[in-house]
Design a protein around this ligand. Sequence first.
Ligand code: FAD
Length: 406
Amino acid sequence: MIPPPRKHLNVVAPATFVVVGAGPAGAQACLALREHGFRGRIVLLGEEPHRPYMRPPLSKKLLAGELEEDRVYLRPEALFDAQGIELKRGVRVAAVDTRAARVELDNGLRLPYDALLLATGSRPRRLDVPGAKGPGIHYLRTLDDALRLRRELVPGRRVAIVGGGYIGLEVASTAVSLGCRVRVLEVEDRILARVTTAPVSGYFERVHRGHGVDVRCGVRVAAFEGTDRLETVASSDERFEADVAVIGIGALANDELARAAGIACDDGIVVDEHCRTSEPNVYAAGDCTRHPNRVLGKRVRLESVQNAAEQATVAARNLCGQDIAYDKVPWFWSEQFGLKLQTAGFFQGCDEVVSKGDPARDAFALLYRRAGILIGVDAVNLASEYLAGRREIGLAADAPGHVRSA
Ligand code: FAD
């Protein structure tokens, strides 16, 4: 049962604003607070050793070696200093004490706050099979994960990718471009099943096969075998040789801190449209939240840069005394084999699919409608349809009589 949001205080200087998690959401919230006039103390706490960076290049250009590490950072280090944002890296928040209004760091220090933003993001879902913690097994979430994996993707290597979602397929594309031999193992009966419709899945399966990727659907990985290095992967189908395995089977919200603090969670920190949690003066933004979405008419958890940045901005503006609701149409992109997939809204619940363009020419869009109203669009190399669709979804969601799912 989700408790109703309580009345929240607005924070004005002098006050201390603490952010847990120095990812895109955390960083954006700090910058937006300054932009909207907050003059108090801002402390940004991140457990990673790096200053805030973008994750999308980690499976794309950075992994391919086309982009160096110094190009993935969101903002120059000096900007945080110039804005009076105390960025503390390599610091893990171990607990939140909402009664005392303070966070407890893993080094034993305690930091009081007047307002707190939880921007703890998400982490890869782990595969629990024998050998999954052994050599040659990779997950991809952090810059360090990507740099480690990049060293392994050398020509001729046999790469097994577990999971045919965005991350698995982007890594497959990059690994092929680096001269690796790639096999993708997907437990569902088609790739991208969680994020799009069968025609788009079918198109990308053909693209991957066309570039030599061995795509296997309906296959469950049973074990990774090898002594000093990965040697074989055992699946429900067969046992095959591999040098490297990359596991991309989804992400889990980092909501444990909130949960332990008694803040309402439901596979993600539950927030209202103002990014407020069930606890006064505690806000949350980004991958870690479950928030209301006006297109679907229910709460969702999203993993996208757009969602992280825009929710964080809304949280910051509300902290500065404004009254802003987060109501953006979600959008996302992926790049595989030089093709740009852009997606907005949702395909779930559609009762009509309209196609535009031509998949055979690698330029097409699918428009998803429910009761005649556009609720989602997937476009490959067709930015005009994507942009028009995204705009229409936003307008449609505001229209009287808009059908929302239960
Ligand atoms: P995160 O980026 O996860 O940042 C949260 C930070 O909080 C992390 O650094 C974490 O270490 C830190 N943290 C957690 N707990 C604590 C604690 N207790 N104490 C201190 N620090 C803590 N999205 C797109 O829109 N397009 C793409 O093409 C795309 N590609 C992606 C490719 C990859 C390989 C990955 C991994 C993600 C991709 N995403 C993409 C998703 C996007 O990167 C995320 O949605 C976005 O990073 C979410 O931002 P966030 O700030 O909410 O969380």
